[in-house]
Structures are given as C-alpha cells and as structure tokens.
Design a protein around this ligand. Structure first.
Ligand code: 6R9
Length: 662
C-alpha cells in the first residue's frame, strides 16, 4: 500500500470544519501568532514568559550552548505556586472557584482561589515541619482528590520537586520510583473511591517501604479520604488532618531560578526501567500557561474547564494543575470512573457544573461510543464550546462522534499531540483559527518546530510519511532523564543529528498537515510493506460492528509479520459472547473485506479476535506489546502498568493457541 493511497483513503470524505464565527471573532489567539513566532521564535517565547509573574524578569530567553541540554529564561526567578494561586487572589479573584471537586460517592467541595492559597500555605508549612528542604524530593501517591493538587503546589512553593506516582500502580512500581528519585517523604491517603467501593492505597506504600532502596523515606503523610481501617507506624506515619490542619495558613513564597527542578514524572516506555522525566520551572510554566490559554481559548471569568486525566499522568500535571491554575481557571476535578453509578456520570457532571471546555482521551470517547448515543443525549451539554483529545491518535470515526454527540455538531475538536517529555502541547489545531480535519493533529503551535523525516533524516515532501521530529528546542522540554544524561542523549537525540526524535510515526498530507500514526515500535512490516497499526485500527473501527480495535504484527513464516487484530464488538451484552475464539468466519471475511477496501489488500488482518476488553495503561494507551505476546503465544511481559491486569488473563485464557485460517 503506498502512503499516498492510504492517505487519500483516510481523507476520502474531505471533511473539514471551519471554526465557529463567534468563537473565532473573540478567540485568544489569531493567525497572527504563527507569523509573529515564525518571524522571531525566541522573541515570541520571551513575550509568552511575560504571562507569568516573575520576581526577577529574565533577560535571556534560551541558552542552547550545550545542546541538547537547554536552559530557558535562565536568569529569571519565580515561584510556581505564587503564579498558580496567590497572584489571582492579589488581583482580586480570591472568591473565584478554583476547583469544583466531585467525589465518586457524590460528595462535593468547592475551593476558591483564596481557600486554595490557605490550603497550599498550610501544606507547605507542614512539609517544612517534616524537614523537607528546597531540592528534596517528595513522592505523591494519591487518588483524584483536592489534596493531590494542594500537595503538588505545596512542593512547588518550597522548591521540593515532586514525583507523582499514579494511584493504580503497584507497591513495586512505587518502590522503584521512590528509590530512583531518592524521595524523603511520601504523601498518600487511606484510599480513594473507585467503582462504588473504597479502594486502599496506604497498604501499597507500607509494602513499598519494606523494599531495599526506600530506607531514606522519613515520613508518610496520610490524607483520610475513605475512613477505612489503616495500619499505622507511629514513628513514621502522620495524618494530614493532624499535621496540616494546625499549620498557619500563610506562607511567604520564595522565588527560585527558572531552571530549578519542578518535578520528575516517570514514563515507562516500551522497555527497560522507567525514565524519570525532569521538568524545570520557568520554561515549563510558560508553555503550559500559554498552550492552555491558546488551545482551549480559556476565558477565566466565564469558562468552566474539565480535564478528565489522572493527576498521575503528565496531562494531569500540565492541564489540571499548572496550565489552568496559572491562568486562573475554574475547573472540575472528578475522583471516579465514568460509569459509576451509571454510564452517564460524565455528562451529568458537565450538565451540573455547566462545563464549557472538556479535555479527554480517545479511549474514553470510544468507550462512550460503545455505550451508545442515547446516554449523552439524556443530558444538557449545551454549555460545551471546545472539546479536546489527547493520548493517542484519534480515529476519524471517534472524532466525528465526539463532535456530534458531545459537541452538538458545532464545537471545535482539538486533537493535541504531545508527550511527557515535551511537557506541554506541541501539535494541535487552534479552535478560533484552524479549519479542522477529523483524525489529524495538524499544525505545530506558534513557536514550535516539528516535521516528518525519512530513515536518513531527510524531511519528506507533503503526502509522505516517516518519523516525527522536533527541530528546535521549546520552553517546556524535558531537561534530562533524572540521573541519566546519557540515556537522555541516546533515547531522544541520537537517532537524528540535532533533532529530537519523538518515537512516533507521522505523515504530512497534501496541505502539510500532520497525522500521527502511533509509536514507531508498533509499525508492522508485512511482506516488505510498512503498515501502521493506527491505520488498520482506524479502518476496523470505521465498520459499524466494531467499537474498538488493537492491531499488532505477529511473527509469520511467510509474510515476516502478520496482522493480528483484537476487536471489541459494538453493543455486545456479555463477555461470554465476545471472547472465545477467532471471530466467526462470516464476520472475519466482512471485516477483512472492509479493511481491504479502506486501505488496500495488503493491510487485511490475518486473524481477527473479538475480546471483551483491551489491555490499557492508566492513560488509555493500548499495550500492544502484551497483545504481541499473546499473538505469538509467549509468556506475558511486565503487566505492572496495566490499569487492570485481569484483562490479560481473560484474553489469554480464552484464546485458541493455533494460528489460523488463510
Ligand atoms: C500527553 C501524553 C505520549 C505518546 C506520544 C504519542 C501518543 C499523545 C497524541 C498521541 C496521536 C495525539 N499521543 N497524544 N498520538 N495523537 N493527539 O499522552 O503523554 O503519556 O507521554 O504519551 O502518546 O504516541 O508519543 P505520554
């Protein structure tokens, strides 16, 4: 299949959506931003840095004298928590709601900026009482409750880099991260509410702290969320309500260097030990603040913003905490799952708080598609004006469904490409400027330089595919991998000289717009043809019977790799009906024919296996590595980053071991 053919197929309906005139007329960003940044990129970023309040204004924008180790705004000084909280209170917005918290059981809390300032100050004072000093690392292992945001901001306030570990991770994963970051304090809770039940967290911390390498942890600060029975070490454990609540509610923030470490966030990647991605202060806050303002067109006085990501994922860091709060946003924070107690819970929340901007992941959108159009239709979603997507390529079907069923066929959908490593959004449409194309992230933001290159590193012409690279440093870029500069060089900067290798496949269409094609590791080689898993998945999901699809290449004696598709059928009542064996012959032929029509005969899956669930990480990414293990009848690799490890047992136990038809 030639790239051109498949692109033409992807684009065949030529669907384009112009920005709504009213939104465009009042948009925070116009097309002029691209021109300004194009004319002088560094002057553009220097101007964006002035969105922040600096104690010492930077005079230098970028120091790239020792590439790829960047320093941005290096002689500037600022405090991140002051920028996210205090300055809004000082500007007279203390009564504005910062956080509408919705607990899964239905309990709520409304936290204004003035209250947030007091809470963050108390928590900062508490950390100081526990002996935390500037530069010390603090591990945070919490559910989606306000104390997670308060803890992160308290760390930022005293210059103690945080390392947030997703609450779904195991004791082992937590221990590895505590050890690597050499954390001295862990902030956790007794548990959180998930699927109608209290789900314990503290036991995993207790267990992690028995592992070698975690001895330096002095204290565990424990939030009482569920009230469940919790084992206790009197020497080490401290209740949040006993320590934090008695602290003075004022604290004078100190300004830190722009390059002071703000946080470490571990990303597992496909192999090897997790990488501690290091983000620093001034550049990170500049780009998260600017992109949140630009991409979501935030009007802090009137918008109600909701990002559904978990705080343990980079999206939670950049677009629940630092971007929105630095901009003085009012936002929703929801603790639980989308289907507790019913499949309309999210839409009920949108209706209740009159949410205007929603930022979520394709996997969630496809799940809602599977549950059916009737569910969102029961709620008043008319407040929504912008919809965002992040985490994976969004297939055109899901994009259109999102716009139509959630966005009343009028709201712009912004598909935002970025990574833990990039810190903030890099490639995306702008809601008041870009004519959007379903399925494409489209355009590097003003001030961002990205392109697609071939194996030799040569930029490909429009209409061709290759690897996504970033060609100039950007303010919120990772500074290194914590404790491993060599791995930073090897992973990102050695594949293509002088350019950042993102690890994603991508194409440029005839207009030069960028289409993401999934991780390079996931590309399949079938009879000498490179085929992207994303494209085959997208083709399968465009068939009315398929709700979700995950495609992998399994070693094959004749073709090198054979395409193996795991699919979730639409509207299937029980797992018994869906998992079991290869799909019935009729359906297999129908789907293979459909893929052949969409992408060409070479892209036809050899095997098609209906399953009830797909293995996903916390951020909704499909773990194709595990599906490859299944498809090749191998023992499963590391499953610790899975949201639900029983999914794999289920898939594996029901699969026939023989390889199949043809
Ligand atoms: C923010 C986040 C990064 C990887 C990235 C890519 C995939 C994210 C995407 C997307 C296509 C998008 N990805 N957004 N692919 N379109 N809009 O997800 O960070 O967890 O580090 O993952 O996610 O493959 O390289 P992270």
């Amino acid at each position: 299949m030639s790239t051109n053919e498949s692109l033409a197929n992807l684009l065949k309906e030529e669907r384009r959506f112009a920005p709504p005139a009213e939104l465009a007329a009042a948009a925070n960003i116009t097309a002029a931003a691209y021109e300004q940044a194009g004319a002088d990129r560094l002057a553009f970023w220097a101007a964006q840095a002035r969105r922040l309040t600096w104690e010492t204004e930077p005079t230098e924008t970028l120091d790239w004298s020792n590439p790829p180790f960047a320093k941005w705004f290096t002689d500037g000084k600022l405090n991140v928590a002051y920028n996210c909280v205090d300055r809004h209170v000082e500007a007279g917005h203390g009564d504005r709601v910062a956080i509408h918290f919705e607990g899964e059981p239905g309990d709520t809390r409304t936290i204004t900026y003035a209250e947030l300032q007091r809470e963050v100050s108390k928590a900062a004072n508490a950390l100081i009482e526990l002996g935390v000093r500037t530069g010390d690392r603090v591990a945070i292992y919490l559910p989606m409750i306000p104390e997670a945001i308060v803890s992160m901001l308290a760390c930022a306030r005293i210059g103690a880099p945080h390392s947030v570990v997703f609450g779904g991770f195991s004791a082992d994963a937590l221990a590895t991260r505590i050890e690597d970051a050499d954390a001295r304090i862990v902030i956790t809770s007794d548990g959180g509410f998930r699927r109608d039940k209290p789900s314990a967290l503290k036991p995993a911390v207790d267990e992690a702290l028995t592992r070698p390498g975690t001895e330096k942890v002095r204290n565990v600060l424990v939030v009482r969320r569920t009230g469940q029975e919790t084992s206790w070490d009197d020497e080490r454990d401290v209740w949040w309500h006993e320590l934090v609540d008695r602290q003075p509610d004022t604290h004078t923030p100190e300004a830190f260097d722009a390059e002071h470490p703000l946080y470490i966030l571990y990303t597992s990647g496909t192999t090897g030990k997790p990488k501690g991605i290091l983000h620093t202060t001034g550049g990170y806050l500049t780009q998260t603040s600017y992109t949140h303002h630009a991409v979501f067109d935030l009007k802090p006085e009137t918008d109600v913003y909701w990002c559904t990501a978990d705080i343990g994922w980079v999206t939670g860091h950049s677009y629940i905490v630092y971007g929105p709060l630095s901009n003085g946003a009012t936002e929703v924070l929801y603790e639980g799952t989308p289907d507790t107690p019913h499949q309309g819970r999210w839409w009920e929340i949108v209706q209740k708080y009159r949410v205007t901007i929603l930022y979520t992941a394709p996997t969630a959108i496809r799940t809602c598609m599977k549950w059916g159009d009737a569910i969102p239709a029961k709620f008043d979603l008319s407040s929504l004006r912008i919809l965002g997507s992040v985490g994976e390529p969004i297939n055109p079907e899901a994009w259109i469904w999102y716009r139509k069923n959630i966005g009343a066929d009028t709201t712009p959908v912004v598909d935002t490409w970025w990574q833990t490593e990039t810190g903030a959004i890099m490639i995306t449409p702008l809601p008041g400027v870009t004519e959007t194309k379903p399925g494409s992230a489209q355009t590097p933001l003003p001030g961002i330089c990205a392109t697609v290159v071939n194996d030799e590193g040569t930029e490909v012409p429009n209409g061709s595919g290759g690897y996504l690279v970033l060609t100039e440093p950007w303010p919120s870029m990772l500074r290194t991998i914590w404790g491993d500069d060599q791995r930073y060089l090897d992973t990102y900067w050695s594949r293509f000289e002088g350019r950042y290798f993102a690890g994603d496949g991508a194409k440029k269409d005839e207009d030069g717009d960028i289409w993401l094609l999934g991780r390079v590791d996931d590309v399949m080689l079938v009879s000498g043809h490179n085929i992207s898993t994303t494209e085959v998945e997208s083709a399968l999901v465009s068939h009315p019977k398929v709700a979700e699809a995950a495609v992998v290449g399994a070693t094959d004696a004749t073709t090198g790799q054979a395409i193996c598709a795991f699919i979730i059928l639409r509207g299937c009542a029980s797992e018994e009906e869906t998992s079991g064996a290869d799909a019935p012959g009729g359906l297999v032929e129908e789907l293979r024919g459909h893929v052949a029509k969409e992408l060409g005969p070479i892209a036809k899956p050899k095997r098609i296996l209906p399953v009830a669930e797909l293995p996903k990480t916390r951020s909704g990414k499909i773990m194709r590595r595990l599906l490859r293990d299944v498809a090749e009848n191998r023992a499963l690799g590391d499953v610790t980053t899975l949201t639900d490890s029983s999914v794999m047992e289920l898939i594996q136990s029901k699969l026939p071991t023989a390889t199949s038809e043809d």
